[in-house]
Write a protein that binds this ligand. Structure first.
Ligand SMILES: [Zn+2]
Ligand SMILES: [Zn+2]
Length: 346
């Protein structure tokens, strides 16, 4: 029994459970490294209110899935799927590639559109999302990374939402430059009005539309359009911090661009997260608007969307990595799985 408890603790809470010192491994793409000597226990910092909310949301989401099979009208199933993808674009094309990394420029109608999607996803306002994500890149896989995979798979997936942040996250947050975000009025007003906006766009509109337009039962609509949608969107987003950040040494996913970092290339995550699973590439070249080397739209719907908006003139200045830079990096730090690994350095 003790063995089971110990194994479960290591899986879900990682090494931090013992409060021992965590050293930060050497990684080539982390500009700032942190070292923690704080005795910090995840168990003492659990936010029980969040635990209850997340557990309740998941139970409701499972019930919503059942209703989707057993009771819902087909329009509600399509509506829920649309909401998942639309909110997903708000995260991937908006909060991530546009605001976090400035990998392309967008005119205000597109910024407004992805801001609506990001609000519907109910993953905190854009400013907070970007701040956390910039910390994740700057201090990746250290105590100052809000989703630090060194604290275990469960923590990097959802555990970080269930406990108070690590003191190192609080301390290092001040070093993150956010002036560009503060200059975007869409981001500023979304932050100011986030609570009412999140309630209306994240709950009221998704739940009311099926009842109003095709007479869906309000209960079915609530459990599918709100609970199930929230659970799916959240878990797919969290997979990028957990499944795509398996520690070096594991064989789960390849590292063609940098073998020393935990993030991997994972097609399953890429398909589910509409293009965000090429995570080894993304951590090496975070400014590339494709968040991937290859332009395969089948596993990167977000790139397809950005390219389409570029065609109609709403997107400009898409940043990509020059082939010479990419090939040299692959040769220098990749794990040998990339096709150019064995070629001459350009
Ligand atoms: Zn990452
Ligand atoms: Zn990123």
């Amino acid at each position: 029994m003790q063995f089971i408890i110990k194994t479960a603790r290591q899986l879900f809470l990682g090494r931090i459970i013992s409060g021992t010192t965590m050293s930060v491994k050497s990684v080539t793409t982390i500009p700032d490294k942190t070292e923690n000597t704080t005795s910090y226990s995840s168990l003492d910092s659990i936010l029980w209110c969040n635990v209850l909310l997340i557990v309740a949301a998941h139970i409701a989401g499972v019930y919503g899935f059942y209703l989707g099979i057993a009771a819902a009208k087909w329009q509600t199933v399509v509506w829920t799927a649309f909401l998942i993808v639309f909110a997903g674009f708000g995260i991937t094309a908006g909060a991530h590639r546009l605001w976090s990394h400035r990998s392309y420029r967008a005119k205000w109608p597109l910024r407004l559109l992805v801001a609506v999607g990001q609000t519907m996803a109910l993953q905190h306002h854009i400013y907070h999302w970007v701040l956390n994500h910039r910390m994740h890149h700057k201090y990746s896989e250290t105590d100052a990374d809000p989703f630090n995979v060194q604290r275990g798979f469960f923590f990097s997936h959802v555990g970080w939402t269930l406990c108070e942040e690590h003191p190192e996250v609080t301390r290092r947050r001040k070093a993150i430059v956010m002036t560009d975000i503060q200059e975007d009025p869409i981001v500023v007003y979304q932050q100011k009005l986030y609570v009412p906006l999140a309630f209306v766009l994240g709950v009221v509109v998704p739940v009311m539309i099926p009842g109003y337009f095709w007479g869906e039962c309000q209960r079915t609509s609530f459990f599918m359009s709100f609970a199930l949608r929230f659970v799916v969107t959240s878990n797919v987003t969290w997979m990028i911090n957990s499944v795509s950040h398996i520690l070096p040494g594991s064989t789960w996913g390849s590292r063609p661009y940098d073998r020393a970092i935990g993030s991997t290339e994972n097609r399953l995550v890429a398909v589910l997260a509409i293009g965000e699973g090429w995570h080894n590439y993304h951590h090496v070249f975070p400014w590339d608007y494709k968040a991937a080397e290859f332009g395969d739209y089948s596993a990167n719907w977000t790139t397809a969307l950005i390219d389409w908006f570029a065609d109609i003139g709403w997107v400009t200045d898409r940043k990509t990595v020059p082939e010479r830079v990419l090939c040299n990096r692959v040769r220098r730090t990749g794990d040998g799985s990339h096709p150019v690994s064995s070629n001459e350095i350009l």
